[in-house]
Design a protein around this ligand. Structure first.
Ligand SMILES: [Zn+2]
Length: 364
């Protein structure tokens, strides 16, 4: 099923290209637009099957893509009513609940859409499209006769900026076994968010700002160590249990400082590392911490961001997540297939967003 989709996706029709090129930013909503809508709906379908996380949101997106495609194939305008989405989602559900259930799923999309924007753009670009699908709600949710809510898929052009997040022209993309997308852009934990809104220079005295958290942590650890040392050396007859607590406190402070300092150091060197759990929300997983250059000038500032790279396994079609390379690929991030994490292993290059097999058993 996947193969069939990608075949069609890789051949956008000539009319589609024409529409996009001649009209630039604004895509007309005339008749000629529907072939692009169809491609966009197929693109959304592919995205859902590749990056499904099992939530209600993805079931909604899948139902939306299927119903929009069905409507277009019947010669419609690709706008589907609440009841159609509901019947797709809950074939045996009571009709009275349709409005509530579907608008609940829609709200999931509204909440998550910002996080998923880049992922959809990346996915569409990997399929050879220069536009991406964007679920839309039309009409008044408050109802009223003749003003029923409709759901549709808007065709949006991919801005150049969105594609070039590296701010570095990739002159030749080498042969790749796998292409990654920035699946989501998770939000940082609230207490860390101030660190993410800033721009960092990784050279000169301004590097200090980037190193601030690590330096603070180091000072705190040093403080704890001094207090413990002072207590142990100046007080007589300390019970052994208290000594144990003091030493454990100093050890913990030292450990956290080390994690912090080595993490910040590695991030500065490699520009991407696995995000420490304390930085990210409770439900997030497999998140990377990435330093992205703001523009391509040599000493440009960088911005810190959370991102989750993912891909589809070319061997088995399962999801590939970017993880630490462990002992085998020490100091590297690699893509590991969720179905066969030890065997379907790929390299990961954040600049080209592509990778190659790291096992000798390449099917090529
Ligand atoms: Zn696999």
């Amino acid at each position: 099923m996947l193969n069939k989709q990608s075949e069609t996706l890789f051949e956008p029709t000539a009319t589609v290209n024409q529409v996009i090129e001649t009209k630039g930013e604004s895509i007309p909503t005339g008749l000629s637009d529907f072939s692009a809508t169809k491609e966009a709906a197929r693109c959304l379908e592919g995205y859902v099957s590749a990056h499904d996380d099992g939530t209600r949101l993805f079931r909604f997106l899948s139902a939306l893509a299927a119903e929009v495609l069905a409507d277009l194939n019947k010669g419609g305008a690709g706008e589907v009513a609440t009841i159609k989405i509901h019947n797709n989602l809950y074939p045996h559900g009571a009709k009275e609940d349709a409005s509530n259930r579907v608008s609940g799923a829609w709200n999931d999309w509204v909440k998550k859409s910002e996080d998923r924007l880049i992922g959809l753009q990346d996915y569409a670009a990997n399929q050879g499209l220069d536009y991406y699908p964007w679920p839309m709600k039309k009409g008044d949710s408050k109802g009223g006769f003749g003003r029923h809510t409709h759901y549709a898929i808007e065709v949006r052009p991919i801005g150049k900026q969105a594609l070039e997040s590296q701010a570095r022209e990739v002159t030749s993309v080498p042969y790749a076994d796998i292409r990654y997308i920035r699946e989501t852009t998770p939000k940082p934990a609230w207490w860390a968010s101030w660190f993410f809104s800033k721009e960092f220079h990784l050279a000169g005295w301004r590097r200090i700002l980037f190193l601030t958290p690590a330096i603070l942590m180091l000072i705190a650890a040093l403080g704890v160590f001094l207090v413990v040392w002072f207590t142990l050396s100046h007080q007589q007859a300390i019970p052994p249990s208290r000594i144990l607590v003091l030493v454990a406190t100093a050890a913990a402070a030292g450990y956290f400082a080390w994690i912090m300092v080595s993490g910040v150091g590695r991030l500065g060197d490699k520009r991407i590392i696995m995000a420490p759990d304390i930085l990210i929300g409770f439900r997030e997983y497999g998140v990377q911490l990435e330093l992205t250059r703001i523009d391509s000038t040599p000493r440009a500032a960088s911005r810190l961001g959370l991102v989750r790279y993912a891909a589809t396994c070319p061997i088995c079609g399962a999801k590939v997540q970017v993880e630490s390379g462990g002992r085998e690929f020490h100091g590297r991030l690699v893509g590991r297939c969720q179905e066969s994490p030890d065997e379907h292993v790929f390299s990961f290059d954040r600049v080209t967003r592509s990778g190659k097999y790291l096992r000798a058993t390449s099917p090529h």
